[in-house]
Ligand binder design. Structure first.
Ligand code: SF4
Ligand code: FES
Length: 238
């Protein structure tokens, strides 16, 4: 099972890291699927060909469950659990798609979009954009309010830049720094709308403990952290 999952993983992001437990069988949108115990519902859905929209989850990092985009329905359970942090159980019956789920996901994504550079939405390419497309969201109903759109871009690192305007505070970079690189250069500072990614003691990236390994850039789903080499003519939105 592990090797099969590894093969599948070459093509798609399973959402959470593969596990190596005993077989557990469940159905996802009516499709029977068997995965190792300890796997997430999100992973089982990906294996069943029913990939659930996601933002803060990726199969190179442990699940965190912060964005609330990956909600599903589980027969016999109340509410809408996050599929990335819900583990599979034998006989589980999961639904990944319903009007209610679409409305919930849309609501979450519209909030993210209201604080993302408008000129970078259409035609954009990133996991964030893929998730927007998957959920049919391309605009938001909110007027101009408080945003992070004018936060200064940190260009201190020679290899990559950090544009806070595009940051959705999924903390994938923070977790990649810790889990993949074993460095603790990044933290989430503040709470709620005020939360933001901070390098070191609120320093420019290059002056922090960052060792420029690039794990955070690889992990970022919204291109807030992005290689400078992609912008030889200078970085700008749009
Ligand atoms: S910089 Fe990227 S990876 Fe880090 S929190 Fe923001 S969006 Fe997520
Ligand atoms: S992908 Fe599951 S909560 Fe973000």
């Amino acid at each position: 099972m592990w090797s099969e999952l590894r093969e599948l993983r070459d093509g798609i992001d399973l959402g959470t890291p593969p596990r190596d437990g005993v077989n557990v069988s469940l159905t996802i949108d009516g499709v029977p699927v068997t995965v190792p115990s300890g796997s997430s519902v999100m992973l089982a859905a990906a294996v069943a060909g029913k990939a659930v929209p996601k933002l803060c989850a990726t199969d190179t990092l442990e699940a965190f469950g912060s964005c609330r985009v990956c909600l599903v329905e589980v027969e016999g359970r109340r509410g809408y659990p996050a599929s990335c942090t819900t583990l599979v159980e034998d006989g589980m019956v999961v639904r990944t798609d319903s009007e209610k789920l679409s409305a919930l996901r849309r609501g979450v994504l519209e909030l993210y979009l209201s604080d993302f550079p408008a000129e970078d939405v259409e035609g954009g390419w990133s996991e964030f954009h893929e998730t927007l497309r998957q959920c049919g969201v391309s605009s938001h109903p909110y007027g101009e309010g408080e945003t992070h759109l004018h936060s200064p871009v940190d260009v201190s690192n020679p290899y990559f830049l950090f544009d806070p305007a595009k940051c959705i505070v999924c903390s994938r970079c923070v977790r990649a720094c810790e889990e993949i690189q074993g460095t603790f250069a990044l933290t989430v500072d503040g709470r709620g709308f005020e939360s933001r990614i901070v390098a070191g003691q609120d320093q420019p990236f290059f002056e922090s403990e960052c060792v420029s390994c690039g794990a955070c850039v690889q992990a970022c789903p919204s291109q807030a952290l992005i290689e400078k080499s992609l912008f030889e003519g200078g970085y700008r939105h749009g």
